[in-house]
Write a protein that binds this ligand. Structure first.
Ligand code: AHR
Length: 619
């Protein structure tokens, strides 16, 4: 029996409670939300960043009659921020060139849909370049670009695809002679809201469907790990995210080797983030570094002159978002296409810094913002709850600094979420508000979602002090997984929400005005009864399972509890599992339930699995 006290005043629900946290992790941007279909479009992939990279990553030579020599070089580049390009030397009759396989083993193309291509080229003589979209031996689209003799210039074309594929490639062919190529790009015309240089429609729609009130970006660890100098000072190693490097013409944005271990194009930059936030009806909530690293690395910025530039960049960002078109950065925003201010209300300073230098640097940023923009709400951070005494110290510092909000992060097992529903009941109401900027229960099963749903009732009940909350991370490309669990999973042409996605959507699209006190009387069902699912995946390497049984729809036992039948076929994602002392034990991090469940061979089976956890924190 559920009793609701309809006469009580209750708690007013924060109008901004439910938002999203977007980070370029798991290839969330390139090969994900950013609709660009060409990987390594500017030939900037570099083996000094990642050993497996070359300037030709994702590119293959194609010879059709003529022969080609390919070299990635930097002689007289397109501009100082785009240091490398492809030099294609073609000899003989016919044509030769390169093809790009995009992300996830191919380019997705849909019959009847229009695609826009563009590239920068330079040739001594004028010549036609043939660009085709192909799948197997079929040509699905074609455009001819007539390159003029002389300097670098941008050439554009478009085509309507005559077929559908998720394994296409883009082929650029040149006749005899030398052709320099850079920024080879292909976009579907149907980006989200039809924006040029825009977002992939299905993913953006799934995010928009959450009706998020805010968009926290660009990270996470990508905001504050790396070196501080800009690319223009020859910093070609991993740089901390610097917003000014990410606006303006895409060919003038440097790439970066981001914290998550891959090349990041900055095709989605600060202008696109603000535009996207507006397009989905959310407040933009940028997080900036205060010159202190986090995420396991620290080389604090102590040089006062350099720090002053970072403080100024932060003020400039607020002017970029909110300033009039007569201001320097407001004018820049207008030139990029948005004269109206974006209406920035919140700014995050730092992300999980666990170093005392944070206490020295933060006030320089906060004081400068307060002095110039007193109405902006400043969010300090507290790191992860698991950091214990440090977490408390960060909170005290935020109180002393009179921060408007404190950003809390936690990734725990589902049982923690069930046990901590009352976490915020006892939080003081007179200090900073809480921003639960990152949280998730470890796992991506129904049980996780259920535990989170329970937990969110506690956030909502306390939303007089919990002003904002966002699950993390938001996006994961199934072929480039850095972190699980995640809210939305995708490959190059499909996307699905995890059970947690549906919980977030359920709450976020059904927000009440007030939470009234209620009591429930009834028989509590042990949550263990409803645990289950195919996925044994979890982050916890100490979990041990027994009685594992996986059965295909036709009755074939794929894996049995004596670990004999089918055990060779059990290929659980990238995780490592082993039989130890008669139990099935996860010995290293694995992937989501889907990849844990099976290899490609299993895709035609309906799989039923049971497992009994015999020890460890979760199942
Ligand atoms: O959400 C994934 C990572 O978790 C974020 O980048 C970081 O802030 C946290 O440690």
């Amino acid at each position: 029996e559920l009793t609701v006290d309809t006469g009580a005043r209750g708690t007013k629900v924060s109008p901004n409670l439910y938002g999203v946290f977007y980070e370029d992790i798991n290839h969330a941007a390139d090969g994900g939300l950013y609709a660009e279909l060409v990987q390594n479009r500017s030939f900037e992939f570099n083996s000094t960043d990642e050993r497996s990279y070359t300037g030709l990553t994702a590119w293959t030579k194609t010879e059709r009659g003529a022969t080609a020599t390919l070299a990635v070089t930097g002689e007289a580049p397109l501009n100082p921020n785009n240091r490398n390009y492809l030099r294609l030397e073609v000899t003989g009759e016919g044509t030769a060139g390169v093809s790009n396989a995009g992300f996830n083993r191919g380019l997705p193309l849909k019959a009847g849909k229009r695609y826009d291509l563009s590239l920068w080229a330079r040739r001594a003589d004028g010549a036609p370049l043939t660009v085709t979209a192909e799948a197997g031996t079929a040509v699905l689209g074609k455009a001819t670009l007539r390159v003029k003799a002389g300097r670098w210039a941008r050439y554009t074309g478009s085509f309507v695809s005559s077929g559908t594929t998720d394994a296409g490639r883009l082929v650029v062919q040149a006749p005899g002679g030398r052709t320099d190529l850079d920024m080879v790009s292909l976009f579907p015309r149907d980006t989200f809201k039809g924006r040029e240089n825009g977002m992939r429609a299905d993913l953006a729609t799934m995010i928009a469907d959450l009706k998020p009130r805010f968009l926290r970006f660009p990270g996470g660890c990508v905001t504050n790990v790396g070196t501080y100098d800009p690319y223009s000072l020859n910093q070609d190693r991993r740089r901390i995210y610097q917003w000014k490097e990410t606006i303006g013409p895409v060919e003038e944005r440097p790439t970066n080797f981001n914290f998550w271990g891959y090349n990041q194009s900055y095709g989605i930059g600060y202008y696109e983030y603000f535009q996207f936030a507006e397009d989905i009806g959310a407040e933009a909530l940028p997080v900036l570094s205060v010159g202190v690293n986090g995420c396991g690395e620290n080389r604090p910025l102590t040089d006062e002159a350099k720090l002053a530039r970072w403080v100024q960049d932060t003020l400039d960002l607020i002017e970029f978002a909110n300033g009039p078109v007569t201001s320097e950065w407001g004018r820049k925003r207008a030139e990029l296409g948005h004269p109206k201010p974006f209406g920035l209300d919140y700014i995050g300073l730092g992300n999980e810094e666990i170093y005392p230098e944070f206490f020295a640097n933060y006030p320089k940023f906060a004081d400068a913002i307060r002095a110039r923009y007193p109405s902006i709400k400043i969010i300090s951070n507290s790191g992860q709850t698991s950091q214990g005494a440090w977490f408390d110290r960060m909170w005290q510092f935020a109180r002393d600094q009179r921060a408007d909000l404190v950003d809390e992060h936690y990734y725990n097992n589902p049982d923690w979420f069930l046990a901590n529903n009352r976490r915020y009941d006892s939080y003081g109401r007179s200090g900073p508000q809480v921003f639960v900027g990152e949280y998730a229960s470890r796992g991506n099963t129904f049980y996780n979602a259920l535990a989170e749903a329970s937990y969110v009732t506690g956030l909502e009940r306390n939303s007089d002090v919990v002003e904002l909350a966002s699950y993390a991370p938001l996006l994961a490309n199934v072929d480039y997984v850095d972190w699980t669990p995640d809210l939305i999973w995708f490959d190059n042409d499909e996307a699905y929400g995890s059970p947690s996605y549906h919980v977030q959507k359920l709450f976020s699209t059904n927000v009440g005005d007030r939470v009234l006190p209620s009591t429930f009387e009834g028989e509590a069902r042990p949550v263990d009864d409803i645990k289950g699912g195919v996925g044994l995946g979890s982050w916890n390497t100490a979990v041990r399972y027994d009685d594992v049984k996986v059965t295909a729809a036709d009755g074939t036992v794929l894996l049995s509890d004596d670990f004999s039948a089918g055990s060779a076929a059990w290929t659980p994602g990238r995780g490592t599992w082993a039989v130890q002392d008669g139990a099935y034990v996860q010995t290293a991090q694995t992937e989501d339930a889907r990849s844990t469940a099976g290899s490609a061979d299993w895709s035609n089976y309906t799989i039923e699995a049971t497992a009994r956890k015999i020890s460890g924190a979760e199942g």
